[in-house]
Design a protein around this ligand. Sequence first.
Ligand code: G6P
Length: 371
Amino acid sequence: SAAEKDGHDWFMRKEIFEQPRAVADSLLGRMSPEGLLQLDEVRLSDDELREIDKIIIIACGTSFYAGMVAKYAIEHWCRIPVEVELASEFRYRDPILNYSTLVVAISQSGETADTLQAIRHARVQRSKVLAICNTNGSTIPRESDAVIYTHAGPEIGVASTKGFLTQLVACYLLALYLAQVKGTRYGDEVHQVVRQLEAVPAQIQDVLDRAEDVYALAREYVDASSVLFLGRHAGYPVALEGALKLKELAYLHAEGFAAGELKHGPIALVDDGLPVLCIVPSRGRDHLHDKMVSGIQEVRARGARTICLAEVGDTAIEPYADVLFRLPKVPTLLQPLVATVPLQLFACELATAKGHDVDQPRNLAKSVTVE
Ligand code: G6P
């Protein structure tokens, strides 16, 4: 009923709008009075954590993209090598695992069969397993050595939204926690990043307050036959997630690419009027932002319609953006928390305009308990 959906037409839309709260709840109570990050569901000693020399993240679907973002955060802050692998592929490649490997399983439901079988395989090889999960007492956390619960609340829409954003929060917290335990130089920056994270719920709200702009744009594309998404660095998994949402909900062909790969193939797909959604990195000290802008320039020169998500104050993008949606100012590594939101709104509205059942897309299940 409409009441269950808080007046929204779909659970998915309701859940998109719950994200400021879900992110805030997932950050709650993580700092001790002494100013140290604490994850009390982590039942691994500091000594055990310091022993870890490799991390393998396994997940499926949207959760896999959270894992890709986690790789950027963990490697940058902790200097521990991270691999990210689709759970369904993991066991079958005979992965190299031992007691000093930490396997991180990310699953909203905690019941995905591919992910469950992967952690069982890891445990037989004596690896430690940490679950990032939204469902208390589900199978994956029960079979893990440690758990970080996300506090998104129940997610009903088949396509994950607040589940994904809170997984990102858990991944950042895990990365910061490992940095603190290992005492890397970023260990001292934990406070600063936590403060930036605490500002995010209001920044997500700012994006949601402009949902109508995204809806109007989405309705222009009911007849589109294909949409491309471009991102770099932590924006690359966001591009993949934006494309997945369009496939899942609007049954529309969509592909996400790392913008630097354009010239190695995908640019051949670009022709007149092709919508290309571009997630522009924040303007930091590195050259990421400028490289992205030149990639956007390239596709536009070949006729693409460029729809750019770029931070407030980024004027360099203006000449190359056919449509510009402003993102709040967030460091590139944390940008997925705000950049994903307009893409969720876009897919939800486009699917609604096409008359699809957004909460129950054809052929999909909320949790896939067969391999
Ligand atoms: C299904 C859902 C996806 C989800 C994936 C992984 O395919 O339709 O939205 O991302 O499973 O689910 P999990 O519960 O393990 O995160």
